[in-house]
Design a protein around this ligand. Structure first.
Ligand code: SAM
Length: 238
């Protein structure tokens, strides 16, 4: 069933213009059809009571646990081709709350603030569509473009890990604390981290970690790390 993010005003569902177009002209919805909507971080079954004017009414709440129990923040480097779009989509499916795009010394791609602002609408559309598809109750927040020396406050969680490929097969894979808590996961660029960058992150409270004995592409490292974090946070036995 199609799902939309909406606002709920006096029990009436208000969709964005783009979603109304999608509902009526792409999905060709009819009076009486049911859709799923997400409003104020809750999911509902809703029914189309009237097409013109469009009236959608909440029918029932959908009980689902699609959000991770603690906030996860991914710090991801400017990367080539469509890697950023790919990671935005996968990180959303894997439950991330915040995504911070970062420029580090060996980033092959450069993107200044103006270029990021130009791309932001497209990036946010990817986040929204991935949130609807994966039945998330929120759309991840996107921030950019930062550097290691000017990380925003929200980049720091209770547990902060930086994936350092030099540790591959030597360091720990995520030495999580027993008490679960919000997590930040920082991945380096195609060109890897400079030694001083990792040292500076350690001073800021990041723990360098290995992701195993293979050298992963930055997008693979992001997906692998977020998968391990999701398993740790959602697995009650952990
Ligand atoms: N130095 C790497 C190389 O030799 O190709 C380039 C960096 S790797 C392509 C991209 C990023 O993924 C790294 O900066 C690191 O954050 C992460 N990464 C990849 N494999 C890793 C591993 N085995 N352990 C820890 N981090 C890894």
């Amino acid at each position: 069933m199609q799902r939309y993010f909406a606002s709920l005003i006096d029990n009436k569902i208000e969709l964005s213009k783009g979603d109304i177009h999608h509902l009526l002209h792409v999905m060709r919805a009819r009076r009486g059809d049911q859709i799923e909507v997400v409003a104020e971080q809750k999911a509902y079954f809703a029914k189309i009571e009237n097409i013109s004017p469009l009236v959608i009414k909440v029918v029932d709440i959908i009980k689902e646990k699609s959000e991770l129990p603690f906030d996860v923040t991914l710090i991801f480097p400017l990367a080539k081709g469509d890697k950023i779009e790919f990671v935005l989509q996968k990180a959303t499916e894997l439950g991330v709350k915040n995504i911070i795009l970062i420029n580090t010394r060996y980033c092959v791609v450069k993107m200044d603030q103006a270029a990021f602002e130009k791309k932001k609408d497209r990036y946010v559309k990817i986040l929204k569509e991935a949130s609807e598809q994966s039945h998330r109750l929120i759309t991840p927040n996107l921030y950019g473009v930062f550097s290691i020396d000017n990380l925003p406050e929200l980049a720091f969680s209770k547990q902060n890990f930086v994936a350092d490929e030099r540790l591959s097969n030597k360091g720990d894979i995520f030495p999580f604390t027993d008490e679960k808590s919000p997590i930040t996961f920082f991945v380096g660029p195609e060109g890897g981290f400079a030694e001083e960058e990792v040292q500076s992150l350690v001073k800021k409270g990041f723990t360098p970690i290995s992701l195993g004995g293979r050298i992963l592409r930055c997008e693979t490292a992001a997906i692998y790390g977020l998968s391990v974090i999701g398993y740790y946070l959602e697995n009650s036995e952990q």
